[in-house]
Design a protein around this ligand. Sequence first.
Ligand SMILES: Nc1ncnc2c1ncn2[C@@H]1O[C@H](COP(=O)(O)OP(=O)(O)O)[C@@H](O)[C@H]1O
Ligand SMILES: [Mg+2]
Length: 288
Amino acid sequence: MARDDKLNGSNGTAANGVAVNGSGAKAPQAANGTANGASQDDYGNQEYIVRARGVTRMYDVGGQPVHALRGIDLDIRRGEYISIMGPSGSGKSTLFNMIGGLDKPTEGTVFIDEVDMAQLDAFELAWLRCRKIGYIFQTFNLIPVMTALENITLPMIFAGASTDEQLERGRELLEQVGIGHRMNNKPSQLSGGQQQRVAIARSLANQPAIILADEPTGNLDQKTGKEIIELLKRLNRESGVTIITATHDDKMLDVSDRIVWVSDGKIEKVKRREEVDITLGTLEGSVH
Ligand SMILES: Nc1ncnc2c1ncn2[C@@H]1O[C@H](COP(=O)(O)OP(=O)(O)O)[C@@H](O)[C@H]1O
Ligand SMILES: [Mg+2]
């Protein structure tokens, strides 16, 4: 199908998002092979699941320009776990909206799987958001009148899965995130940590290539936050899904392959996990 070809990019491997029933394509690989690599900088472009080029975003607030992003260049490898750090207002959520196709850059380009998102029509963009990207938010954003299972199967309905597939995969996902026993509970009957687990399962509903998690531990206590981070890391390792988190949480640094610091809409520095190892303790005081 032409539309699928276009959306699947140039490398021919991107069936990742397509399978909704677990019987088709698998999530992208590279969890072990490409995630860490200093020695692997010589990959071709197809190894990059996200490429941002010169991304700027300007808001007009009562006639005054607000420069939320001032020219972001960032390449993210398939299977990487990336943390984006920066103070409140530095542009993390705006960057997420650009990568996630929820908003458009004022200037610049974001490629997902080598597909230029600016070239997609509304239908194609919706397809990409539904199949290729899973979203996790600080406030969970579950639908209150739906059970955990219904929240998870909703994106599968949009993707056209059969009822049997939805239920089977929905139950599997809830088991995978450790709350199979709460599938018939509504969000109000679940703790914050449990709600975030539902949200994580929902983000995986259509076997995305990328999970975007915007401050996923921001509303959780320390211990629960740690469990959520460990869960995300496990999913990253097991399925090879690329994880991009915005965070203030130092624990996130520990599980990340790379850490990107943003400040005032620009990338300040990018470091691999091993490069920040020694200074990890001291970073604690410097982030807000
Ligand atoms: N919809 C908007 N309208 C106007 N300004 C915005 C909007 N969204 C974000 N901003 C501004 O853009 C900057 C970056 O915001 P944001 O991306 O939310 O930062 P962060 O997620 O790092 O806290 C801030 O100055 C914020 O006030
Ligand atoms: Mg934010």
